[in-house]
Design a protein around this ligand. Structure first.
Ligand code: FES
Ligand SMILES: [Fe+2]
Length: 459
């Protein structure tokens, strides 16, 4: 049996999960606790979800030059994302073909080759085995492609965002993204040059299943409760409830914001309609942080009428864009969910900077990025900890096996509340759990499928 056939073999160890009745575990308005707690389901997800559909890996700005690399994961598979010596972006398995150790122990760097720390096999950054120590000790021709590093066969970028899948039958990335791509375009196009560069990240790890984060990604129901202290902090000096996410107070469902599900597990929460449409409308929403008055006065002095449009570039874009299973754009962040185990997840928030494309005064670029750091500190630092506390407590709560169901029925069954549009997308009020019911349909579709997984090696 070839490696490829093995990957695509009918589930053996997963025989238990094949016995699950997925339609029973995920129903229209509720999900069974087992999908968050069962190690066998988690293992099947690493194949069927993080393997069977497009997963976000990295942003091109993290490997801007030839020979740059970073290490990431596809599910639990360790990967080296590299821009090889010819400029091609590859996702190499971070796994020596000799006895399987990780080849690269660094987070990032620049190299033309990777030398295995164990016995010194050396690989080009195309994945090809370049040489082994004392080759006369091998009877076999070590140029056999089976010794070249395995790599993910399908790696595609959408406007700088690098996604990968092992599934040869998956749709091309742009088709897979469908109409969510338009919202990603809008998120990008407000920035100079229609792009951003990734800077460093806030890294959180929580003791809970990865789906708890995705279930929260478009959740407008929790904000006023989970994030009460954040809302109070943001509005402490505001005089009225005008800052940050204050529009979740009182009656959020009658606000112009809404959620839209666009298919394949993807959705977005659009809070932009709540904004005043004027230069400075976004900046006005930013909560107080040290130094902002100084920057504002300085920008007015330097750039006159243009000052507030420039300050808007520092403000957090009020939209949450979520691409199943592991990618969110939230404010000015790229958020990535990385499963570690059935009850453990990394939630990583990459900050983004604007780039100097000549359309913005150069001295403003640095200042906007300095301000952007402050505005990016606000929500993730003070908001994510609230969410993570809830994810960990859900995982604890779900340890009661007799109490089987979690409910996602907000808005379900109320006539005319949820609208289906001509393009098949679905809109609902901001606090509805329609997004969750819909992404679980995609989860179930993938869990029932037999994905056509493959790896490839350089010839
Ligand atoms: S495990 Fe890599 S050279 Fe031996
Ligand atoms: Fe939250």
């Amino acid at each position: 049996m070839t490696a490829l056939e093995k990957i695509n073999a009918p589930p053996t160890r997963l025989g238990g999960t094949a016995l699950y009745d997925w339609d029973h575990l995920v129903q229209e308005d509720r999900a069974h606790r087992l999908i968050y707690t069962d190690p066998a389901i988690f293992e099947a997800e690493m194949t069927n979800i993080f393997g069977g559909t497009w997963t976000y890996l990295a942003h091109e700005s993290e490997i801007p030059n030839d020979n740059d690399f970073i290490t990431r994961r596809l599910g639990l598979r360790p990967l080296i994302i590299v821009r090889d010596s010819n400029g091609k972006i590859r996702a190499l398995y971070n796994r020596c073909t000799h006895r399987g150790t990780t080849l690269c122990r660094w987070d990032k760097g620049n190299t033309k080759s990777f030398q295995c720390p164990y016995h010194g096999w050396n690989f080009l950054n195309t994945g090809k085995l370049r040489g082994v120590p004392w080759p006369e000790g091998y009877a076999e021709d070590m140029r056999d492609p089976k010794y070249n590093i395995a790599q993910v066969p399908r790696v595609e970028s959408y406007r700088g965002f690098i996604f990968a899948t092992l599934n040869m039958d998956a749709l091309p990335l742009t088709e897979h993204l469908g109409t969510i791509a338009k919202i990603i375009d809008e998120w990008l196009d407000r920035n100079p040059g229609g792009t951003v560069a990734v800077c460093e990240a806030n890294r959180f790890r929580y003791k809970g299943n990865w789906k708890l984060a995705y279930d929260n990604s478009c959740d407008g129901y929790h904000v006023a409760y989970s994030h009460r202290s954040l809302l109070e902090t943001e509005n402490r000096f505001a005089g009225e409830n005008a800052k940050g996410m204050a529009y979740y107070r009182n009656s959020p469902d009658t606000q112009p914001m809404y959620m839209r599900y666009t298919g394949r597990g993807n959705h977005f929460k659009d809070k932009r309609p709540n904004l005043e449409k004027r230069p400075g409308g976004l900046w006005a929403l930013e909560s107080a942080h040290p130094g902002m008055e100084h920057y504002e006065a300085e920008f007015i002095k330097r750039y006159g009428d243009r000052a507030f449009a420039l300050l808007d570039l520092a403000g957090s874009e009020p939209v949450n864009i979520n691409v199943f299973p592991n990618f969110s754009l939230l404010g000015n962040h790229i958020q990535v969910f990385e499963p570690v185990g059935v009850e453990e997840t990394n939630a990583i928030w990459y900050g983004t900077m604007i780039v100097d494309d000549g359309s913005v005064p150069s001295d403003a670029v640095t200042d906007i990025n300095a301000l952007r750091m402050r505005t990016q500190e606000g929500f993730p630092n003070f908001g994510e900890v609230d969410d993570i506390a809830n994810f960990e407590q859900i995982q604890r709560g779900l340890m009661a096996p007799e109490d089987e169901w979690v409910y996602m029925n907000r808005g379900f069954g109320i006539p005319d509340r949820i609208k289906t549009h001509d393009d098949g997308s679905i809109t609902a009020p901001a606090t509805d759990e329609a997004f969750m019911r819909e992404h679980f349909k995609e989860w179930k579709r993938l869990m029932k499928a037999r994905p056509n997984l493959a790896i490839q090696r350089e010839p």
